[in-house]
Design a protein around this ligand. Sequence first.
Ligand code: V4E
Length: 194
Amino acid sequence: MIEVEKKLILTPEQEKALVEGAEFIGEKKFTDTYFDDKDFSLTIKDIWLRERDGKYELKLPMNKLSESRVSDQYRELDVEDDILAHFGARGINIKDFLTKKGYLPFCTITTTRRKYKKDGFVIDLDVMDFGYTLAEIELMVDDESKIKEATQAIINFATKYGIGKEILVRGKVLEYLRRKNPAHFQALMDAWKL
Ligand code: V4E
């Protein structure tokens, strides 16, 4: 399955309208630590290696950085062996792999996430510990050919609640870097030509 998602910054009124009548799925809190080397080799390629509450995850981009980012699609690996295999490092311990590659933590964020369902869409309301709040509207599709359609469906759904003017919303990690590690942030902006 492919997750198609759109990140949004909502006003309190928009948030209220969006969750009104939605099914509340639950709230959870998790802490992510992201890794990269001193040259930002992974994140420059839009590759995100993280440890979420002790479990390693890798997000790999499916759309090219040059394409317009109306929505985000990433392939996600959450099995350690699959992550190591992606880097051609099968058979070693992931901690040793990180050390060998010089991948060090560059950002740690704790998120409190409230999850809702409405009209077949999943809505996440994320509050981050560094003073940033984001909403995400998500749809799962079973084939790459359906990404465009799903993106449009998300936009139409958001428009119903007066949301959707801002196409490019900074994700939590980019906002964290902008505030706390401007050199890393600038390296990404330069590499991505944003
Ligand atoms: C994909 C990505 C980053 C990694 C963090 O991904 P994100 O979806 O923000 O995290 P989260 O906690 O919501 O993960 P989930 O629980 O949904 O798996 S950091 C930046 N990006 C991509 C990105 C980009 N390339 N460009 C812009 C302008 N924004 C975001």
